[in-house]
Structure formats: structure tokens, C-alpha cells
Design a protein around this ligand. Structure first.
Ligand code: SAM
Ligand code: SF4
Ligand code: F3S
Length: 454
């Protein structure tokens, strides 16, 4: 898509917060700005346009956005004499033009379905007087995948298979800012994957808030298992997907994971709590024993699979006993990794009106206990891989040490290894390498290359 644009020659910077949805949307934002003739720069001081892709899943995110935008005021104005600040993503969708009352120097607000409108909004803003806000948070049918993309990595791609969420977990703002579930046509998804493979992409990550219900809205039944098998047939080396909801993860999907060689032995399956009462209050539609049963089936079908999860500590109705149930479940599953969050009240969600049964201090102590447990389990899990050979998709040099390279294993562990002698490090990026694991910590492994790149 090409735009007849007055934006040609303007410089831009995109800063992204939040989940993979926003990371992917940012690639489309860069894509539409590139197509308008804009040029990406690495430094805000050189940018005529700064775009913030925002997240409101927890309260800290709002505060950070205000801080970042205020910083823009003190950043020197670029050569064109005027810098536009555009706010997109989930805070933009939630707050619309009221953002202006919190942050006066915002010029453009565009919602989660309005990425295609960004060039027009920016042009109008450049043409109008300072201080006039341009806003579009309306619903635009279609997928951001129809827009041009400026991929961050040449060898790895996000592929959204659905947008929105129908689950309304009682603590979560996402369904209010991303709308209802809407699945993409299966042939469109496969066609995009085929193009990506032809373009040299080696890893595809299928994206959705609940990928296991993919297809239910469009085809009347979930078709995620079929989709996984079909993506496997495109010849891509690695397939990952996120997020999975335990209530919708079915036996067909587990079989498809086990029988599709390109599907990586790694699953992120958010449990949120180990207490049945809290899970009910969270509107999660499964019990702790159903979750445990699922993890047993998955481990039986895909031996050695790495299991990850999300856990919320301090949900309003969580007592010490409920928290103990969470600790017990975490020990029993022995997760390979986990993201832990302190509950954050989100206005407009059902949980926001539930009174707290625990104090902030109690919650903070629970959080530390869980964090220590999760760290110990990750350490033990990584220790089990000492001495083994891990296949790594090479990403590039470490930011801290240019003689060290970084990549991810099939189980999605971060692996560091020295640049092999006589090899041009940059030429390894996007290749698969075998690495012998020599050191294992909670958050990463270290090793040495053991074979030729492929
Ligand atoms: N759809 C995904 C799922 O259900 O697995 C999760 C998406 S959400 C962006 C990522 C994680 O943020 C959730 O799994 C949950 O643990 C956490 N989260 C969501 N709302 C939260 C809140 N109000 N307070 C704290 N953590 C929250
Ligand atoms: Fe939020 Fe639940 Fe939807 Fe995940 S499944 S995005 S936690 S409402
Ligand atoms: Fe945040 Fe929106 Fe993702 S609220 S977690 S960026 S869907």
C-alpha cells in the first residue's frame, strides 16, 4: 500500500509497552509510516513524530506513559520545528480524547483498530494549529495484517490469528480495550505463513488472547488444532503460540502439538491461582484439579515440554489459605517459568468493586514467597539441561558483551554462547545452531557451539 503523503521525509520513533499484541501492532505502525515515506530513527531527539503504543493491563503502565510523554517536552525539538506525539494501543482505546486532559502535549490519539488511520491523523495534525487534537478510536473492520509491516526481526514473525477476547476474567481490562473475539480466515493465515517462510522466516508465533478458541466465532467450532497442523505443513522450522486458556485447551490441540514437529516443546498456560474459590471469582471456568490434569496430559503427550504460566497474587478475595493452594499447585506442576503479578485494580472490571480481604503488606509478602519459589523451580528446571545439547535460533550479539551471542532454545530458554572462532557473528543471525549447555541459572543458560549453523 502506498500513500500520497505530506509525511514524506518526516522521521519517527515508536516506543512500545505491553504484550505481544502491541509488539505486533507496532510493526504495522512502522509499516504504514514507512509506506507514507517516513524514516525511522533511533533517538527521540531526532524524531519529528513519536508514537507510544500503550498498555493498561496494570496501573503502573498508566503512570509510566504519563512520565514518558512529559519527558518529550524536555527533548529538543527536531529540525522540522515541530514534534507530534501520537498515543496508540490500549490506553488510547480506553481514554480517547480525555488523554488530553492528563497530557496536554498529545497531538494524535488512535485506538487499537485505527492503525490504518494514523497517517491521515498525523497529516491533519501537521496541517492544523498546535494543540488541536486528532482522535480516532472507532471500530474499523479487518485485521492489522492487511497493513504493510516493518518486521523487527528478519527470521521471526508474529502472526495474529484472532483479535479481542470474550472471556471477561473479572480482573482484566483487555476485553474492554480489544473488543470481542474475531478469528481470521484460516486460508489468510496459511497464506501469510507461506509468504513469511518464502521470505526466510524460521519462527512463527501465532497470536491471540485465547488461541485455543480460534475459529469458534467464524466457523462455529474451534479450529486451532487444524491450524497448527496446517502451519506445520508450510515448512517453517519453529511454531510457537500465545496465549492459551486452560478452559479451551482440548485433546485435539494437545495431539496436534505432539504430532507437528515444528511446534516447539513449550507451552505458556496461565493458571492465575491455585484456589478453586478464587478461580471462580476470577471467572476462569476451570478448577485447580482440571488444570493439573491438563498439565499431566500435555507432559505425557510432549515429553520434556517446558511449561510456563501467569499468576496473580492478591486478588481481592484471596486469603492466606487460597494463596497456599497456589503455592501447592506451583510446586506440584513444577513450572519451568512463571510471570507473577500483584493484582492491580482496573476500573470498570467486576473485580474492581470487590473488597480486599488481605492487606497490602500481606500481599507483598506472599508475592515475595511465590517469586522465590518460581525462581527455585526455574533454576532446577534449567539445571536438568546441564550437559545436554540445545538447538538455538540465533538472535544476535548480547547487548552487554559483543563477544557473546544470544538465542532461544526449543523450550524458549535464553542461551548465551561465545562467538565461535573464525566466524562472522552477524552471519549467524537467524540460523539454527547446536549449543552444549555448560552453565544453568534461573533465567538463562550458557554454553558453547557444538556444530555448524543450518
Ligand atoms: N489472555 C491471556 C491469558 O488469559 O492467558 C493473558 C493476557 S494478559 C495481557 C497477561 C497477564 O496479565 C494475565 O495472564 C494476568 O496474569 C495478568 N493480568 C491481567 N489483568 C491483571 C490485573 N488487573 N492485575 C494483575 N495482573 C493482571
Ligand atoms: Fe484477560 Fe482473561 Fe481475556 Fe486473558 S482470557 S485477555 S486474562 S479476559
Ligand atoms: Fe496491555 Fe493491551 Fe496487551 S492492555 S497486555 S497491550 S492487549
Amino acid at each position: 500500500m502506498a500513500y500520497d503523503s505530506q509525511l514524506a521525509g518526516k522521521t519517527y520513533l515508536v516506543q512500545t509497552f505491553g504484550c505481544q499484541m502491541n509488539l505486533h501492532d507496532s510493526e504495522r505502525v512502522r509499516g504504514v509510516l514507512d509506506a507514507s515515506g517516513c524514516l525511522e530513527v533511533a533517538d527521540a531527539a531526532e524524531a519529528d513524530i513519536v508514537v507510544f503504543m500503550t498498555c493498561c493491563v496494570r496501573e503502573g503502565a498508566d503512570t509510566r506513559l504519563y512520565g514518558h510523554i512529559s519527558e518529550m517536552i524536555s527533548t529538543p525539538i527536531p529540525p522540522c520545528g515541530r514534534r507530534l506525539v501520537a498515543v496508540g494501543g490500549c490506553i488510547a482505546q480506553r481514554d480517547g480524547d480525555t488523554i488530553k486532559s492528563h497530557i496536554p502535549n498529545v497531538d494524535v490519539v488512535f485506538g487499537t483498530q485505527s492503525i490504518s488511520m494514523l497517517p491521515e491523523l498525523l497529516e491533519t495534525s501537521f496541517a492544523s494549529r498546535r494543540g488541536a487534537l486528532q482522535v480516532d478510536v472507532s471500530e474499523h473492520p479487518g485485521f492489522s495484517t492487511d497493513l504493510p509491516s516493518h518486521r523487527e526481526l528478519s527470521y521471526s514473525a508474529w502472526v495474529p490469528i484472532m483479535t479481542g477476547c470474550n472471556n471477561f476474567c473479572s480482573y482484566c481490562i483487555v476485553p474492554y480495550v480489544r473488543g470481542r473475539e474475531h478469528s481470521r480466515d484460516i486460508e489468510d493465515v496459511i497464506c501469510e505463513c507461506e509468504h513469511l517462510v518464502a521470505d526466510g522466516v524460521r519462527q512463527i508465533t501465532l497470536l491471540g488472547q485465547n488461541v485455543n478458541s480460534y475459529g469458534r466465532d467464524t466457523y462455529g467450532e474451534p479450529r486451532f488444532a487444524e491450524l497448527l497442523r496446517r502451519v506445520g505443513e508450510t515448512g517453517v522450522d519453529r511454531i510457537r503460540f500465545t496465549s492459551s486458556h486452560p478452559k479451551d485447551l482440548n485433546v485435539e490441540t494437545i495431539s496436534a502439538m505432539a504430532e507437528t514437529p515444528a511446534v516447539m516443546p513449550q507451552l505458556h498456560l496461565a493458571v492465575q491461582s491455585g484456589s478453586d474459590r478464587v478461580l471462580r471469582d476470577m471467572n476462569r471456568h476451570y478448577t485447580a484439579s482440571r488444570y493439573l490434569d491438563l498439565t499431566r496430559r500435555i507432559r505425557a503427550a510432549v515429553p520434556g515440554i517446558a511449561l510456563g504460566t501467569d499468576i496473580i497474587v492478591g486478588f481481592p478475595t484471596e486469603t492466606e489459605e487460597d494463596f497456599q493452594d497456589t503455592m501447592d499447585l506451583v510446586r506440584e506442576v513444577s513450572f519451568d517459568s512463571a510471570f507473577t503479578f500483584i493484582y492491580s485494580r482496573r476500573s470498570g472490571t467486576p473485580a474492581a468493586t470487590m473488597p480486599d480481604v488481605s492487606s497490602r503488606e500481606q500481599i507483598s509478602k506472599r508475592f515475595d514467597r511465590l517469586k522465590n519459589l518460581v525462581e527455585d523451580l526455574s533454576f532446577e528446571s534449567n539445571q536438568r539441561d546441564l550437559g545436554t545439547t540445545a538447538e538455538v535460533l540465533v538472535e544476535g550479539r548480547s547487548k552487554r558483551d559483543k563477544d557473546v551471542m544470544v538465542g532461544h532454545s526449543r523450550k524458549n530458554q535464553t542461551l548465551h554462547f561465545p562467538v565461535p572462532n573464525g566466524v562472522e557473528a552477524d552471519a549467524l543471525v537467524g540460523h539454527l545452531l547446536d549449543v552444549k549447555v555448560r552453565e544453568a541459572r534461573s533465567w538463562y543458560l550458557r554454553g558453547v557451539v557444538d556444530g555448524d549453523p543450518r
